[in-house]
Design a protein around this ligand. Structure first.
Ligand SMILES: Cc1cc2nc3c(=O)[nH]c(=O)nc-3n(C[C@H](O)[C@H](O)[C@H](O)COP(=O)(O)O)c2cc1C
Length: 312
């Protein structure tokens, strides 16, 4: 299979702004791939469609107190709380590493206010090698901002339109599954000027230690990811595909190529692999190979022909 048959595009909606062209539709999901360093030992990072880096905030964050991760039957619940080195250290120490590769870099950002999103977007837009902004309005693990934004349609539109004015990079708005009508929230992101939406972030969840008779996570609640959430994510990608005219980056429990194809058929233009990386460090490339095999077995020469096909 030639690269051409796997190339996908998130076109710029505003004249003068940039599009995002991926050589293939597989993205390493934010927060599960660090800044790529640890995985470079296992896979050729240049073979990925893109890397969405760990969620960045204006200043460094230590994240939440432990325990902040717990394994469940079909996934994990985390309450990491956006541990990251802060935007300046990311630029100084991580971008030079990422710039050695041609793989696209998606900067995932979180803020406590509209201004913080704007400041980070402006700063990252001046950096060589940042190819798109992923606006994380949906982290379930921070008290201020986070899901408070993702569940509030006005805030989603406000943040998106403010970021739109601050950058000419493609804007991807990351949506929360923990809402009643995700199609409506996606429409507000589209109205604010988003070039794409990515979905889903983790599903709000908890676990209880029956011996201590207490919640396992120090924060009580965390976000569930992995195979357990795949049917929820697929249903929501399906709904959003019917609600907006911008591309969708689908994720939630993708472990192999067949999972990824389901998301494409539901309407995703590209897919991200998150928790799968923890189980298998070559998961992203295995997913890509599985997608290629599917296309070959079904004699389809371009992945774009499959986007949303299950709706027909
Ligand atoms: C440990 C962990 C940390 C995460 N950190 C972030 C983050 O910083 N920013 C973000 O937008 N999503 C974050 N996510 C969410 C993932 O990018 C993804 O949306 C979610 O895990 C669903 O995909 P999966 O089931 O393939 O893991 C994180 C997920 C996990 C498991």
């Amino acid at each position: 299979m030639k690269t051409k048959g796997m190339r996908v595009t998130i076109p710029a909606r505003v004249k003068g702004c940039k599009s995002l062209v991926l050589d293939n539709p597989v993205i390493a999901a934010s927060g599960t791939f660090g800044f790529g360093r640890e995985y470079a030992e296992y896979i050729d990072l240049d073979k990925l469609g893109a890397i969405a880096v760990k969620g960045l905030t204006p200043a460094a964050r230590e994240g939440n107190p432990t325990p902040r991760i717990v394994e469940t039957e079909m996934g994990i619940i985390n309450s990491i709380g956006l541990q990251n080195p802060g935007i300046e250290k990311f630029i100084a120490e991580e971008m030079p590493f990422l710039n050695q590769y041609k793989t696209k870099v998606i900067a995932n950002i979180s803020g406590n206010s509209v201004e913080e999103f704007v400041i980070m977007s402006k700063r990252l837009s001046t950096e060589k090698g940042v190819d798109a902004m992923e606006i994380n309005v949906s982290c379930p693990n921070i008290h201020r901002g986070g899901e408070v934004f993702a569940t509030n349609p006005e805030m989603v539109e406000l943040i998106t339109s403010a970021v739109r004015k601050a950058t000419d990079l493609p804007i991807i708005v990351k949506l929360s599954p923990n809402v009643t009508d995700i199609g409506y929230i996606a429409r507000r992101a589209e109205a604010g000027g988003a070039d794409a939406v990515s979905m889903i972030n983790t599903v709000l969840a908890m676990a209880i230690d029956i011996h201590k008779q207490k919640p396992v996570l120090k924060q009580v609640f965390g976000g569930l990811s992995g195979p357990a959430i795949k049917p929820i994510a697929l249903r929501q990608v399906w709904q959003v595909y019917q609600s907006v005219n911008i591309p969708i980056i689908g994720m939630g429990g993708i472990m192999d190529g067949d999972d990824a194809i389901e998301f494409i058929l539901a309407g995703a233009t590209a897919v991200s692999v998150g928790t799968g990386n923890f189980v298998n460090p070559t998961a992203c490339l295995d997913v890509l190979q599985g997608m290629r095999d599917y296309l070959e077995n079904h004699q389809i020469n371009d992945i774009n022909q499959l986007i949303g096909r299950a709706h027909q």
